[in-house]
Design a protein around this ligand. Sequence first.
Ligand SMILES: *[C@@H]1O[C@H](CO)[C@@H](O)[C@H](O)[C@H]1NC(C)=O
Ligand SMILES: *[C@@H]1O[C@H](CO)[C@@H](O)[C@H](O)[C@H]1NC(C)=O
Length: 827
Amino acid sequence: MLHCWCFRAWLWRPMWILAGVLLWSTVKAQISYTIPEELKEGSVVGNIAKDLGLDVRDLANRNLRIASESGNTYFIVDLAKGELLVNSRIDRESLCGQNAECRLPLQIVIENPLQLHRVEINIQDINDNAPEFLTKESIMKISESITLGRRFSLERAVDPDVGTNSLQSYSLTENDCFRLNVKTSKDGRKVPELIVDKALDREKKAIHNLVLTAIDGGSPPKTGTTQIQVVVEDVNDNEPKFQLNSYKASVPESAASGFSVLTIKATDLDDGVNGEIEYYFDAHTSDDVKSVFEINAETGKITVIGKLDYEGRKSYTFDISAKDKGSPQLQGDSSVQVDILDENDNAPEILLTSLPSPVNENAPIGTVVALINVKDLDSSANGKVSLSLPEKSPFKLNSSFDNHYSLITNSLLDREKNPELSVELLASDSGSPQLKTRKTIKVKVLDINDNPPLFTQASYDVYIRENNPAGASLFSVLAFDKDQDKNAMLTYTIKDSKFQDIPVTSYFYINSENGTIFSMNSFDFEKIKLFKVVVQASDHGSPSLSSNTTVNVFILDQNDNVPVVIYPSASMGSVSHQRMPRSAKMGHLVTKVTAVDADSGHNAWISYRLAEATDSSLFAVNLYTGEVRTKRSVSEQDDASQRLLIEIKDNGEPVQSTTVTVDILIEDGLHEPVSDFRHKASEKDKKNSKITFYLILSLASVSVLSLLTFFILLIKCARNSRGNASCFRRDSDGYKNPNRNLQIQLNTDGPIKYVEVLGGDMMSQSQSFGSYLSPMSEFSDLTMVKPSSTLDFKDTLRGLDASLPDSAWTFECQQVSQYCLVHRYTV
Ligand SMILES: *[C@@H]1O[C@H](CO)[C@@H](O)[C@H](O)[C@H]1NC(C)=O
Ligand SMILES: *[C@@H]1O[C@H](CO)[C@@H](O)[C@H](O)[C@H]1NC(C)=O
């Protein structure tokens, strides 16, 4: 601006001067002075008075003055000396700018007469200005990829001085990459240029600080500088580089989602986005990897996102890349290997190679039941499996080869105890913590017919009344078999045995399926009192097993027999005739009525009663003995012929009775009959004594026999105490020695207490006795030995009747069973 104004002022001035010349008529010759600029105030430019040819003394009078076109008065005149003096600072540059010539025209006006003089003052340049850059600091941005030799125009410096004092040259500070070139433009000005001399590398030096110096030609030269900061702009010329060529990490297979595997790191020398790195899986990474791992693009942290399984995959190797955000994008590569660490996360497995096969209960020890295979997906110790059975198992494991076992029987099996065996297998691995798997397999035990049927009782007692209806069901036996199915299916049969020459099977029938026994006949107590029915239960196994039981069928008496009079014999007619002397005293035994009843027990308990009599005051009948005696002495008035009707009753329900009529003839002076009677009486006494003798003999023999029996048994027991032989076993050669054939059976089962003693030669006449102690009767029954015939025994009993008046006796002999039952009722 300053320059500009100066220039305008300079333009106008000649015009003004020209006008002055025209106005003023007298114009003298021109005077010129040359002075350097920037002279001090008061410096003498020249003696103007002298040069104009004026007298110094006139100067004041003539009013010499300088007419200034502008208000600025650079010069004054010292009127006393006539000298032109510098009045104020003269700056050539502000007056004339870049013009090489700088003239200041002055008009000197003198009055009296008015004269106008032109004075020209040449202002000479001095080097008072240094070259100057308008901008003191500037920033240049140059891409590092710039081609060599590229030029960048720099700001020119300005030096207001002219000529040699003006700007002459530029210089640049020492540096590696740039050099300076100064070209001269068409208008002759010098323009500095920056030339890229060497390749730039931002990564080596991002900023170059240069100082451009402008130098003028003054002496001494003046300089001006400007700071140029060359900022090398980054170009994406460096790819990211991973710190490692390959990474390795290991992760436990149980690592949960989010588990940090490792952090990859790459560096990029570039700047800004060119150096901003993002991490990725390589483009060819499989989905398997991507489903399990994740890379944080910014941090490079690799984390687990999926489920790891050592057993599925033991290691993952994948490529990774780091990409910067430059353009073009550059990338660096590396690889990652992630090893999965095995953990004991798989429990052992128990596999059955074959289903357990059913095993027979009699299978020998070592029979293979099942083949078992164990496996564990884990490796090494975690996958090492051992299989075991609980202690006390009836089975054993045989390890055949690696992880293969066979389950074999280790003891004998019993289906009846355990129809199905549970085998608890335990597989445990050797990992830590140890994992275990249990598996229970069931082994069926097949039945073998090893159990015979068993009856609920060893023997059964059954009581049935005689005269039972034929075909009625009597009783049911029941047997069980512990086996199964066919082996437990039972059939009941009656084992045939002869009873009184008739097979038992013709008396009884058994329902083979349910064991119910039916009678096929009506029984008569008077004929048969006891059946021993052997029932066999056999199963349907092969071979079949069976067992026996005995059913004792006791026939119970019913009062179905009328008492029968034995004496006086009815064979002489329906009436018995007796005679007695008239001299008979009170208590004279007239006769004795004897009756028997085929029934037994109550039913056979006979009582005698005088039902009718010609003179009931004379005779009495003993209720129990049937003795007919006189109640008083017979008198002369008594009829000679007396008739007695005696009723004989049993004690059954209903009562059965019979009668006997006894005609008695009372004879006067009867001597013959008396002697006869006495003879008879003595005969009777003889007979009685004979009976007594027999009785004593038989009782003694029985006692001796019993004693002997017990002794023999004691000795036998003592001898066999070590062995298991029964004391009561019959020797096979015992037939020769009657004493050794004795057998005592004591049966306390059931409601009957029954003792039976068998002795003597079984093939000949039986020597046996026994005792029934029946709770059904308050009487005691006794079976006696029958040493000879039945008839003899009847005699014996008759004797007993007489000797034991307070007892009643009945007897029954069974020819087949060879023993007699004698019932004695104690009143
Ligand atoms: C056995 O079978 C017979 C005939 O079918 C039947 O009368 C009887 O009552 C049965 N016995 C039992 C104990 O079921
Ligand atoms: C059952 O009795 C029959 C004969 O009555 C005999 O042959 C069989 O051996 C007996 N069975 C048993 C198991 O005692």
